[in-house]
Design a protein around this ligand. Structure first.
Ligand code: OOG
Ligand code: MG
Length: 260
């Protein structure tokens, strides 16, 4: 385990890259012995700093949960990250690319929890603890050059998290087949990616089963009221200023916004 002084120094570096929309070299280049545990320690310190700035933690994200994403990024283990209130943008808003390095968009199913989950839970328990599910688009923006990283480095960069937009229609997960929700992403009116929700670990609630297990290993639980993004269903789509994005979710409406 890296010592606290090094974790703090690495957090400075990540925060600087995120705040200034600049790239950094992979943290593992300088610290080849860095572990996944160290990366989650950097996330803890990032959260502490964001809260000290007046931000609020609204939930968590799972990433690298679909084959399309794992293949695109060359990583085969899910990652988890923190979602702060300041990352959220309203539907139909304009997202400023000057604040980002090389953004990409991902269509995801988000869960809003109504009961706490802790330890080893089943998909059925996740669904019972869910208030509603809702369409979401995550804007990821790796702070690593050329969007290239390893699992340890990407976790320390909070899973490339940058912005997210939630919208469409909230649905009761007990009224839907969560494996067969069709999703298309349109960029400037053209379909650029499509898939179905089972792409995420055969069932998007499985991402929450894994998240809760990860939290338990760290002595934490998933709090009631948490907003959780379960991971991109398709590969992520690069975007630039001028692009309009609409993600359409079967029986759940759509989420639209643009980049300036
Ligand atoms: C890591 C984050 C992946 C997802 O939904 O799979 C992620 C990355 O690809 O940069 O958020
Ligand atoms: Mg994502």
């Amino acid at each position: 385990m890296l010592d606290t002084a090094i974790i703090n120094k690495l957090t400075d570096r990540v925060l600087h890259a995120q705040d200034s929309a600049t790239t950094m070299t992979k943290l593992t280049d300088e610290h080849p012995s860095m572990s996944i545990e160290d990366s989650y320690a950097v996330q803890d310190e990032l959260r502490r700093r964001w809260i000290a700035r007046g931000d609020r933690c609204v939930g968590l994200k799972a990433g690298l949960t679909s084959k399309a994403k794992m293949q695109q990024m060359g990583v085969d283990v899910p990652s988890f990250g923190i979602l702060m209130a300041s990352f959220a943008r309203p539907e139909n808003s304009a997202i400023d690319t000057k604040e980002l390095v090389h953004p990409r968009v991902e269509a995801e199913i988000a869960f809003v929890m109504k009961a706490e989950l802790r330890g080893d839970v089943t998909i059925e328990q996740v669904i019972a603890a869910t208030d509603y599910i809702i369409p979401a688009v995550e804007v990821i923006d790796s702070r690593y050059e050329k969007f290239k990283f390893d699992l340890v480095s990407v976790i320390a960069d909070n899973g490339s998290s940058a912005r997210y937009v939630t919208g469409g229609r909230p649905r009761d997960p007990r009224e839907m087949d969560l494996r067969t929700i069709g999703v298309v992403i349109e960029k400037n009116g053209e379909i650029v990616a499509l898939g179905a929700s089972a792409a995420v670990l055969n069932h998007p609630a499985k991402a929450i089963v894994m998240l809760v297990k990860h939290l338990a290993e760290r002595g934490e639980s998933l709090a009631a009221g948490s907003y959780v993004m379960t991971g991109g269903i398709t590969e992520a789509i690069p975007v630039s200023a001028g692009d309009s994005i609409t993600a359409r979710f079967q029986d759940m409406g759509s989420v639209s916004f643009r980049f300036i």
